[in-house]
Ligand binder design. Sequence first.
Ligand code: SF4
Length: 367
Amino acid sequence: MTNWIKRKKTKPVQVGNVFVGGTNPISVQSMTNTNTCDVVSTVKQINDLKLAGADIVRVSVPGFDEAKAFKEIKKTVDIPLVADIHFDYKIALEVADSADCLRINPGNIGKENKIKEVINSAIDNGIPIRVGVNAGSLEKDLQKKYGEPNADALVESALRHVEILDKFNFENYKMSLKASNIEMTVDAYRKISKIIEQPLHLGITEAGSYRAGTVKSSIGVGILLSEGIGDTIRISLASDPIDEIKIGWDILKSLNIRSRGVKIIACPSCSRQNFNVIEVVNELEHRLENISDDIEVAIIGCYVNGPGESKAANIGLTGASPNNLLYIDGAPNKKISNENIVDELEEQIRLKISLNKTKSEKIILRS
Ligand code: SF4
């Protein structure tokens, strides 16, 4: 991965076996949308999220029945779980021994003695807290002071929470300041990153539907990541949580921050194409969804850009008539007819991945 982005160094926190912040990889997370009390469905969704590439999963715990279910869920899955709790500090105390992180807002927990109990419980269990400030639930006095939610209001709200945590010498936290407006969110994160040393959890909240939300999140989260701000991301979409993980990874891959799975480079296609680029790309992406190994594949419709892109990728295909040309590791390898493109590419990609694995196993054995 390139280091064109100078990342701000934050104080890492540990969420289960995942370190967030410092020089640790930027983690991708999502949240379950099943009924937490439905343990079977929630476990299934958590496992599906893990398969899709989630590093951390958040689960909503609105009451004590859900707290009981959370404990059951935690016993069955092997991915760090964040318990999302609001208002009732006793729920936080109830799940602290099984959660890997508590998402609470000290400001909505109530009196200081209650906050102190939650902090002590986090300390006793060695888990961090994620403070999540949201433009939609800003304190009433801040709404009055600023007239409407803005970046300064978000930062002031965040600093109130920080002040409470500081009072109890609790530094083991990460912070998010989310709004559905990109400009406000970016501005707020830029400001808070200059003030605190703790890791930042990025996201554009209530970003919207799959398409609109993906665009908004990619711009907002992308701007911040490209400035070196952010240690973990959650893409909030009104869509399947699996999509949140896929988009999160695509953002990291696009910025060359982290890679996972097949990165397909494809031309948009035009009348020069020698095969149906869009159909091939979609089918291949679908077939290769279960691959988590890092590999770059170029699929280009003709010789205008084909050879250049194909040579730069691990595996490339350049459209030509009567047969297309397959490249492996930058060198022409063989000709492929249009009928065999997807099958042949899939075979070559899987073969390359297994050869890479064998090679690295040999290196490990030798060292
Ligand atoms: S690479 Fe060829 S087929 Fe693809 S968009 Fe460019 S000119 Fe068209």
